[in-house]
Design a binder for this molecule. Structure first.
Ligand SMILES: *Cc1c(COP(=O)(O)O)cnc(C)c1O
Length: 375
């Protein structure tokens, strides 16, 4: 998978990996549980339009995003099917929900009133706070849920909660998850007992599908796993035989030069050659999502299947690597920052590990300048 594209720096998406991941995740769920892929933040950096189009082709037709403008952009690009906005939409933008047929999350009771006051019928999913305490009406406020169900302008298509500790399987996390699940069904049951029709339900995200497949309901809101990686390196490796990374990130060698003993490279005298070196400049920087904290040898890239350490401080648009041990390195060579090259592989979760964050952050911050190609 090299040299298929002529740009300065680009992302290649592996079409069959996406299809396999969809198949694997669906295989862990009953047939009547639909995947509702999370394609927020430009589909975790992959490119929301490319990913959504491919998912539609694969028969997946429900999506969730973080905010209204992400949903509008998808509609404008011709994406059909259901789209749920998981986060806040300002009342001045409620008209877009109607215009583009987008479902909105009810973030709490007061917000439900605002949605209802818009005066036209809007499709919503009610968020239930079962312990994460981020969004959702608090689970004990059954009367508030009843009031929401009585609101004339709300078409309640769904009810959901978000499980905040499903990624770890320690005793404390499992207890917490079980309590969240019980709390969710207490709300569902209470509403049913008061005669309200039960809408579609959903409570799983990626780790929910992997660690608690039995919690399947009408939808599973899968994000990171769909892209074939998990939040950290250990989990990514553990599930590597079931999930295939969809994204690889490549750039090009701009130039190769000698650096003589005692000379510095890059900003701030942060790299000084201890002996004569050969270095290469890459057309990729922190504005493209290469974390600046990988400067000064904390990260490496692959060139001709060999590891080349990043030296000095990563710049906005460029970075430098040491290619002293890779004499064949030359201008125009393809460099792999995430992905595999001649048997060596760098996972997005490796980058995350090197800079002390999670894969989700690395991927979702990949820049707008990168061209994205589905292959
Ligand atoms: C982002 C998000 C998801 C997807 O989470 P993953 O862990 O990436 O699968 C699901 N539900 C909500 C509410 C989210 O915000």
């Amino acid at each position: 998978m090299e040299n298929h594209y002529d740009g300065r720096a680009w992302i290649e998406l592996n079409r069959s990996a996406l299809a396999e991941n969809v198949k694997f995740l669906q295989s862990r769920l009953p047939k009547d549980c639909k995947l509702m892929p999370a394609i927020k933040a430009n589909a975790y950096g992959h490119g929301a339009d490319l990913v959504a189009k491919e998912l539609l082709r694969l028969g997946v037709d429900s999506f969730c995003v973080a905010e209204i403008m992400e949903a509008v952009a998808l509609r404008t690009q011709g994406i059909t099917g259901e789209i749920l906005v998981l986060g806040y939409t300002h009342p001045t933008q409620f008209s877009l929900l109607k215009q583009y047929q987008i479902m909105q999350t009810v973030v709490d009771y007061d917000y439900a009133k605002q949605l209802n006051d818009y005066g036209e019928q809007l499709h919503v999913h009610i968020g239930i706070d079962t312990g994460m305490h981020r969004l959702g009406e608090r689970s004990e406020n059954i009367d508030a849920f009843c009031e929401i169900f009585k609101m004339k302008n709300l078409i309640i298509d769904g009810m959901f909660t978000h499980l905040s500790a499903v990624d770890a399987m320690g005793a404390a996390e499992q207890d917490f998850t079980n309590t969240q699940v019980e709390t969710f069904y207490q709300v569902v049951t209470a509403l049913q007992e008061r005669g309200f029709r039960c809408p579609k339900l959903h409570l799983q995200s990626s780790y929910g599908v992997l660690n608690y497949p039995e919690l399947a309901e009408d939808y599973a809101r899968v994000g990171i796993a769909l892209y074939g990686v998990l939040s950290n390196r250990a989990d990514t490796k553990k599930w590597r035989s079931c999930l295939t990374p969809v994204l690889s990130l490549h750039t090009r060698v701009v130039c190769v030069r000698d650096l003589y003993q005692g000379e510095s490279a890059g900003y701030g005298l942060q790299y000084i050659a201890d002996e004569d070196r050969r270095i290469a400049t890459l057309a990729l920087g922190y504005a493209d999502g290469l974390p600046r904290s990988l400067s000064k040898g904390r990260g490496y890239v692959l060139i001709h299947g060999k590891k080349a350490p990043i030296i000095g401080l990563i710049c906005m648009d460029q970075a430098m690597i040491d290619v002293t041990e890779i004499p064949e390195a030359a201008e125009g060579d393809v460099v792999t920052v995430i992905g595999s090259s001649e048997g060596e592989e760098i996972l997005a979760s490796d980058l995350a590990d090197w800079c002390g964050t999670i894969t989700n952050e690395i991927l979702s911050r990949l820049g707008q300048r990168l061209e994205r190609v589905m292959m």
